[in-house]
Each structure stands twice: as structure tokens, then as C-alpha cells.
Write a protein that binds this ligand. Structure first.
Ligand code: ZN
Length: 504
């Protein structure tokens, strides 16, 4: 991440969003070494010679915090439609195959650029690298965030079982020659991957640049219990966030019940994984007891509304999660399922998805709750309490929206309009730690033209390099598309599909 603005900077005359007030009020903000040291009514006294930034006509809100994505998927934009999660996972050797180190960096840079332009200043990246996470690969990703200027938590996505090992009925449905093909996708034994994680955490050198390390054992049934226990110990020893996909699809919930004889959350809790640093991504297929466990342990959930809808994973029960006392943040997921990386859209969809679940407005997620989830909720989940708010002592991660944009005509109820009306098109400037990484709607840190030509070059190379993986996916797809929904048709006490509700 670029160095924070050194010395003092005073931001004068902007309106500052505050969920406690319907209409943002004018505030001056004094920033020193990247931290907000004073905030007050217009005209605050500042040391002589302080650089001033005129924010009149602009609305300031804290940088949005993306609690769940995968940078390896950013180059997979536009690749699939009508894919379930299981189809997406079956496609992943194709989608993310044929990658060089430069591609890994390019993928992360493109996503980081998009996030910055759309008002996001910090991200949790579960980045996958096969067969194992490497220092070189994670350095490529960290350098990309650093170059663009975002804060990040990088949690390498790891597993020791393939989709076909995790879902036995899927392997059983494959003809012999396909079973042999998928057997070649086998992952290294978990202790090798775990040793790599230990080396990586010990050698991590990006924390001083605003880029932390986390653990990302991907899906419970894709990881041996001993591996998960070891990850929990490592996270405890180093104070690391630990994030997993938990009950993202109904298939996962059904297979979890068959594998463990209890729910995924109860199983992870019995293994000792669930605590204040635990971040459950998606967490759609939970019951009341699962939520009570997450709440009692101080764990968090990251809700990814666009990905959940695109992959047909069902409706996340945000009201129930909030009422249980769980910290709820928001994420975009990646470009092969969430497509765009727009945290304004995540807030909007979190609100709207709640409002389609029943007729009682008292049970709906409010604009304020969606706004808090996309800012301080995600920040708390990621263990980054210094962001997600504009207040004294917080880091100066600030988005400046143009109130001259039609989105804000008229400006009546700030947070309501931030959640339901803003789509990122009014973003004028973005600063991280007091340093402007977007100025007048343009990135100051990377050149988009050069990224575009590299991305096109990659696409052509990728098509050639992954012919085999694509052909394999096309043979697997009809079987995965049949077995997944058959498993999802099994009765479960939790009902999260619209079609579970009976005839309309
Ligand atoms: Zn994910």
C-alpha cells in the first residue's frame, strides 16, 4: 500500500455520512500520518501551513470493506452463467488454470482497481494457488493491493480434498474414465499444505503495509478434521483471522450432515474453530442453534448477496443473524460468480434480499443495518477496528461522492440513498490512509489501459492453455448439474429457497 499522506491534511467543507443522522452534516477533518485526529464543525483550527483539501459539494463516507472475495477469480469475469456453486467449483481448474505469476498479480490488480474505483478501500482475499500457496504467489497478490493502494487481508484458500472426494455421490455418478480424470486433480496431503502455511505466516512481511495474513481452509468437507484443528491452533498462536465457506449451498449442508452427523457449524465448533476471529462466508443454510453458537463465540458472517443469487444458493437470513447478535459484514465474492466488485450493490442487495423474505417491515433489514454491515460490520469481522468509520482515531480511508451527480438529486436521507441509490457512479475521490488513490474518478496508482491489454492477452493465452480443462468441465457439467440439485432436493430443517415455501 502506498505510504500514507505524511504530515497534516485538513479536509474542509464536505458533508460526512453518519448513520445516527438522517442528513449528513458539514464537518472538517484533520488527518495526520493517515489517521483522523480531529473532526468537527466547519472552521476547526489546524496547525499553520496545513495542506487543505476543499470537499465542498462532496459527501464523505468511510471506505467500504469487502469481507469476501477471491482474487484468482478476477480474470474469470464473464466465463459462466446458470452455474450452481458445485458447477463453478467443477469449472475452477478451467477458470483459474494456466496461470503464471504475472497472471496472479494481474488478476489481483484488476480487481483491486475495480474495488478502489467503486469506493472500497479494504478487502479480505481468499486467494487460491495450486497445488499449494507459495511465498512468490502471495507476494504477487500483496504487491497488487499495495500498488493500487488498498488494505487487504490475504487468506490463502487451501484444502486437501477435491470436490469429488468431498461429495461422494458425485464421484459415484461419474463413469470410470471421468473418475480417473478427476483423480488427477488430487491435492497434496494436508500436512504439506499446513507446513507451507506455517512458513508463510512466519515470513509474512506485508503487515506494515496494511496487508495482513489470514487462513482460509475453503469448505469444511474439503478439509480433513486434523487439518482444520491445526489451522485453528495456528490462527490462535498468531492471532489470525480464519475464514471458511460455511453452508454456502444446500448441497454443502446436506453433505455436511451426512459426513458429520451434525450441522457444519456444530462440527466446526466441536473442532474448536469457532471463535472471535472466525469468519463464516455465506452461512445461508444455518438453523437457530448454529446462529446461537456463532453469536456465543463472537464469530462473524460475511453475506455475499449477488453471488448467492447468481449461484442459486438461497436467501441468507440477515435479520435472524443480526437478531442473534452475530457481526454481519458484506462481500462481493469473485468475478466468476459475483461478477462486478461493487460494495454499493452488496449493500443494496442485502437490503432488498431481506425485503423479499416476508411481509412484515419490522423484520426487514434497514438501510442503516445494510450500511453498517458494508462498513464497520465487515471491518469488525476482519479484525480491523480502525476502519469502517469516520471518527477521531480512525484511519483516514474516505470516499468522496459528488453531490452534483443525479444519484443525489435531491439529497434527503444520506444513508438510505447510499444503500439504495448509489451505485458507484458518483465516486469522485478515494483516499486510503489520507493518500488519494482515486482522484476525479481516475486511479492515481495504476494505468488501466495497460491492464486492459494485459487482460486481453491473458484471455487469449488462457483459451489456448486450458483447452483440456475446459473439455473436462464440459464432460463433467451434465453430471454435476444433475447430482447437485438431486442432493439439494433432500429434506432439511432449514429452508432458504423461495421454492421451499410451497406454491405461490
Ligand atoms: Zn468464496
Amino acid at each position: 500500500m502506498p505510504e500514507p499522506q505524511r504530515g497534516d491534511l485538513v479536509i474542509r467543507g464536505g458533508l460526512v455520512a453518519d448513520a445516527a443522522h438522517p442528513l449528513a452534516e458539514a464537518r472538517d477533518i484533520l488527518v495526520r500520518d493517515g489517521v483522523i485526529v480531529t473532526i468537527g464543525p466547519p472552521g476547526i483550527a489546524v496547525p499553520e501551513g496545513t495542506a487543505a483539501f476543499d470537499a465542498s459539494g462532496l459527501l464523505l463516507h468511510p471506505g467500504l470493506v469487502n469481507g469476501h472475495t477471491h482474487s484468482h477469480g478476477f480474470l474469470g469475469r464473464g466465463i459462466g452463467d446458470r452455474w450452481t456453486l458445485e458447477l463453478l467449483l467443477a469449472a475452477s481448474p478451467w477458470v483459474s488454470g494456466g496461470r503464471t505469476m504475472d497472471d496472479i498479480a494481474l488478476s489481483a490488480t484488476i480487481g483491486a482497481a475495480e474495488l478502489a474505483l467503486k469506493g472500497c478501500t479494504a478487502v479480505l482475499d481468499m486467494v487460491g494457488e495450486l497445488p499449494l500457496p507459495t511465498e512468490e504467489g502471495l507476494d504477487a497478490v500483496a504487491s497488487a493491493y499495495d500498488r493500487v493502494g488498498l488494505r487487504a487481508v490475504i487468506a490463502p484458500l487451501v484444502a486437501d480434498r477435491t470436490l469429488y472426494q468431498a461429495i461422494p455421490p458425485l464421484a459415484e455418478a461419474l463413469p470410470g474414465e471421468l473418475r480417473e480424470e478427476v483423480a488427477r486433480l488430487a491435492l497434496p496431503p494436508w500436512d504439506r499444505t499446513f507446513d507451507a502455511l506455517v512458513r508463510l505466516v512466519r515470513g509474512w512481511r506485508w503487515s506494515g503495509r496494511g496487508i495482513g495474513f489470514g487462513l482460509g481452509p475453503t469448505i469444511p468437507t474439503h478439509c480433513d478434521d486434523a487439518f482444520l484443528r491445526a489451522c485453528a491452533r495456528l490462527a490462535g498462536e498468531h492471532g489470525l483471522p480464519l475464514t471458511m465457506h460455511v453452508a454456502e449451498s444446500k448441497v454443502q449442508a446436506v453433505i455436511g450432515g451426512r459426513t458429520y452427523g451434525r450441522s457444519l457449524v456444530r462440527h466446526l465448533d466441536a473442532l474448536g474453530l469457532i471463535g472471535p476471529r472466525f469468519i463464516a462466508a455465506h452461512a445461508i443454510w444455518l438453523d437457530d442453534e448454529d446462529r446461537a453458537i456463532l453469536a456465543a463465540r463472537g464469530a462473524s458472517i460475511i453475506h455475499n448477496p449477488s453471488s448467492n443469487m447468481k449461484l442459486g444458493n438461497g436467501l441468507f437470513a440477515m435479520r435472524e443473524a443480526l437478531d442473534a447478535g452475530i457481526t454481519v459484514g458484506l462481500g462481493t465474492d469473485t468475478c466468476s460468480c459475483g461478477d462486478n466488485l461493487n460494495m454499493y450493490e452488496a449493500m443494496r442487495l442485502a437490503s432488498l434480499l431481506s425485503k423479499v423474505q416476508g411481509p412484515d417491515p419490522a423484520a426487514w433489514v434497514s438501510a442503516e443495518e445494510a450500511y453498517r454491515a458494508g462498513t464497520e460490520g465487515s471491518a469488525r469481522a476482519l479484525g480491523l477496528p480502525g476502519i469502517g468509520r469516520i471518527e477521531e482515531g480512525a484511519l483516514a480511508d474516505i470516499v468522496f461522492l459528488d453531490l452534483g451527480h443525479p444519484n443525489w438529486m435531491p439529497h434527503r436521507w444520506t444513508v438510505n440513498q447510499l444503500v439504495h441509490g448509489e451505485d458507484g457512479t458518483a465516486v469522485r475521490h478515494v483516499c486510503v490512509g489520507g493518500r488519494f488513490i482515486v482522484r476525479d474518478g481516475r486511479l492515481t496508482t495504476v494505468d488501466l489501459d495497460s491492464l486492459r491489454s494485459k487482460a486481453e492477452e491473458h484471455r487469449q493465452r488462457h483459451e489456448r492453455a486450458t483447452r483440456h480443462e475446459r473439455a473436462l468441465f464440459e464432460r463433467l457439467a451434465p453430471i454435476v448439474a444433475r447430482v447437485g440439485p438431486a442432493l439439494a432436493a433432500e429434506p432439511l430443517s432449514v429452508r432458504r429457497y423461495l421454492s421451499d415455501r410451497g406454491p405461490f
